[in-house]
Write a protein that binds this ligand. Structure first.
Ligand SMILES: [Zn+2]
Length: 233
């Protein structure tokens, strides 16, 4: 498993991992939704109304405007899209490239256990899946209030994701919590890869809500099963 590599499309930058029957990646700060549509001119883009929930929809269940935070593709022919700007995109696919998708994991999604929902949904095939953690705010850059510590108190990994910076303020490592949760579900470490890109530290390359505020800029994270007849690139 390798990280997506930088490519240029219409003078703008995105990062793409491509292999037989699988394509996934993420866009840079200057890449808009229109650019994404031009990159995939002949395929439907499945956007969600993301609401920091634990809800995951399959491509067969998806409707325009659906409120959910995860997409599970069960056939080729559509592009799953998750928008982020510090929250974590979790990509996943099975070894035969028959199923795959993306979750939107912020602290609320992690606290609600969206990844546990995915694990349950993948069922017996879980051991055939690979996971990739895309660009997200790093544990060193994500400061939160004490109230979150209490909200995570029941998680088995709770005491390993927070570090206190000063009274009432903690750093939260979402990626670490997610990885520990996947590991405790029985997923082998070699099936989980982390691109280790911090959005907050990537000024000029990736949007960061914590760094830039509400500019409306987002990373478009995308995944497609099958590469046949795909892009205009
Ligand atoms: Zn950072």
């Amino acid at each position: 498993m390798t990280d997506p590599v930088a490519r240029s499309f219409a003078g703008k930058r995105l990062f793409v991992h491509e292999e037989q029957n699988l394509l996934f990646g993420y866009t840079s700060i200057d890449f808009g939704a229109r650019d994404l549509k031009r990159f995939f001119p002949s395929l439907p883009l499945l956007f969600l109304k993301q609401v920091h929930s634990q809800r995951i929809l399959s491509d067969g269940e998806w409707l325009a405007g659906s409120e959910a935070d995860g997409l599970l593709l069960e056939r080729p022919g559509a592009v799953a899209v998750i928008q982020t700007a510090d929250c974590l995109p979790l990509f996943f696919w099975d070894k035969r490239r028959r199923r795959g998708g993306i979750l939107h994991v912020g602290w609320r999604g992690l606290q609600q256990g969206i990844e546990e929902r995915l694990v349950a949904r993948l069922g017996k095939e879980l051991g055939e899946f690979f996971f990739f953690l895309g660009p997200a705010i790093d544990g060193n850059c994500y400061e939160v209030g004490e109230e979150l510590v209490a909200l995570f108190a029941k998680k088995a990994y709770a005491n390993r994701i927070f570090s206190q910076v000063r009274p009432g303020k903690y750093r939260l490592d979402i990626k670490s919590g997610l990885k520990q949760s996947l590991a405790s579900a029985g997923i082998a470490a070699e099936r989980i890869r982390d691109c280790k890109i911090c959005t907050h530290c990537s000024t000029g390359l990736f949007p960061s809500y914590r760094r830039d505020g509400g500019t409306g800029r987002r990373i478009f994270n995308f995944l497609l099963l099958s590469d046949g007849g795909r892009t205009g690139a």
